[in-house]
Design a protein around this ligand. Structure first.
Ligand code: TYD
Ligand code: MG
Length: 456
């Protein structure tokens, strides 16, 4: 009989290695490799065709069309948009985020919107009375909500078979374990095996499965990261715990666009939807202070104006500090090098701190220009023009490269009362189809220097 094989999986990034090592070869984290055992696959039809029957192969033309499955609306529009228009039947959705960010709260809040569906909530972390207490605080009637305190996978599957729910919520996958393996709950083996068992049950029995997973401080889905390929949708909570804003981003979605974000505010009555997030991300802005700029961002399919702050101060260290919250530190270093070398702005010897308003993470390269403008404004100690916004990717020669969705960015700027939008020149060559009658002046710049001349 074939033997089971041993592999090592990194709890931080999910990389698989055949040998044990103290350090992950992929993400360089120390002590994160965990042993997993894989049993050999059951014998299938081999070349000789002795076991089983050969699989059915069909041409694309003869393949039946997928049935149009009606999506289920959760009643939270921000969440439905991130999901691509609501919940798909039989889908598996992983919800990741730091402890205390609002995952359990969100799960409770979707229940009133789908009151005709039976929901089974697996409480691995809190007691049913704690869940009841929270539901009462959130004003959730919960007539369709059934609770079970079970952390053994086999028990959960039995409860699902007996209750036949439409939706199952696992809170959280790190607390569930299967009796088949010796390792404790929360290890990679347990997380993978339990998620695989639950996913199989969801696909076979046709219920929607939510898997909640905690993520590490570093931002990766520890353990649950290895589940990403298994599930249909991965939603990740962003935002800083001590701030009120919570963003939910789809980082994988088989049934909709990725990088779509839904914006919420955590209040006494739970998560409240923020319908016009731009207003919030520029609400507390101090336009007359040097070092601030406004970026016209695209988050998924939605334009969003967001304030970027840079603090530049003389460094007391031989290696100046570069600290960034909400913007990639490597890109920040490139922008600083471009400002130093191409624009002769003295960035060396200066500490640079970057902060994006509301805890938002700016992932698209189009955010480069707003970061450069904020830093330049900080260095020169002159505020940027308060009625202007910008967007543009910066090349290594200091040139500005075209961005996507220029028209939507300009419309959002106009909608919020800004008078000028600075874009790369390539985006402004033919604006006849979208810029006429827009109450905002569109200015095209070939280089960062041209943009700074207009803004600072
Ligand atoms: P929770 O949903 O328990 O987080 P997670 O499941 O991701 O660990 O959220 C807990 C936090 O949210 C806690 O700090 C209290 C806060 N909170 C509110 O501010 N208002 C509310 O109505 C609720 C239910 C929670
Ligand atoms: Mg929780």
């Amino acid at each position: 009989m074939a033997k089971s094989t041993v592999k090592y999986v990194c709890a931080n990034c999910g990389a698989v290695s055949l040998k044990y090592a103290g350090k992950c070869f992929e993400c360089q984290s120390w002590g994160t490799l965990q042993e997993i055992r894989t049993d050999p696959a059951p014998q299938k039809a081999g070349k000789t065709g002795k076991v089983g029957t050969p699989p059915v192969v069909t041409s694309l033309r003869e393949t039946p069309e997928p049935g149009r499955k009606a999506r289920i609306q959760t009643g939270l529009q921000e969440l439905d948009r991130v999901l691509g228009g609501g919940l798909m039947p039989s889908s598996v959705i992983m919800v990741g985020g730091e402890p205390g960010i609002g995952k359990s709260t969100l799960m409770l809040q979707i229940t009133p919107g789908i009151h005709e569906k039976k929901i089974l909530y697996v409480c691995g972390e809190e007691s049913p009375s704690q869940v009841k207490d929270r539901a009462a605080r959130l004003g959730i009637p919960g007539g369709n909500l059934w609770l079970v305190t079970e952390t053994i996978l086999e028990g959960i599957l039995d409860a699902i078979a007996a209750e036949r729910p439409d939706i199952v919520i696992i809170d959280s996958i790190q607390t569930i374990f299967t009796a088949e393996y010796q390792s404790s709950a929360g290890t990679i083996t347990q997380i993978r095996e339990c998620a695989a068992g639950l996913t199989r049950a969801a696909k076979q029995n046709g219920f929607i499965l939510f898997i909640i997973g905690h993520i590490t401080k570093a931002g990766s889905l520890a353990g649950p990261k290895t589940l990403e390929h298994m599930v249909d949708t991965v939603l990740q909570f962003e935002g800083e715990g001590h701030q009120r804003y919570r963003m939910i981003r789809s980082i994988k979605n088989r049934f909709g666009p990725t990088n779509e974000i839904g914006v919420f505010r955590m209040e006494e009555q739970g998560l409240q939807e923020v319908r016009n997030p731009s207003e919030f991300f520029i609400a507390d802005r101090s336009a007359d202070i040097p070092g601030n700029s406004v970026h016209a961002a695209m988050e998924g399919s939605r334009p969003l104006l967001v304030e970027v702050q840079a603090l530049v101060s003389k460094s007391g260290f031989s290696m100046p500090q570069r600290i960034s919250s909400g913007f990639d530190i490597k890109r920040l270093n490139i922008i600083l090098a471009v400002l130093e070398k191409r624009l002769q702005l003295p960035t060396w010897g200066q500490d640079v701190f970057i902060r994006v308003a509301g805890g938002l993470k700016l992932l698209e390269p189009a955010a480069d220009l707003a970061i450069a403008v904020a830093i330049a404004s900080g260095i020169k100690n002159t505020p940027c023009s308060p009625s202007a916004v910008c967007a543009g990717e910066i090349g290594l020669s200091g040139e500005l490269r075209a961005v996507s969705h220029a028209a939507q960015r300009a419309r959002e700027a106009a909608h919020l009362g800004f008078r000028t939008i600075i874009l790369p020149e390539a985006n402004t060559r033919d604006t006849s189809s979208w810029a006429t009658k827009l109450p905002v002046t569109i200015k095209g710049c070939r280089t960062v220097q041209e943009a700074l001349d207009l803004l600072n």
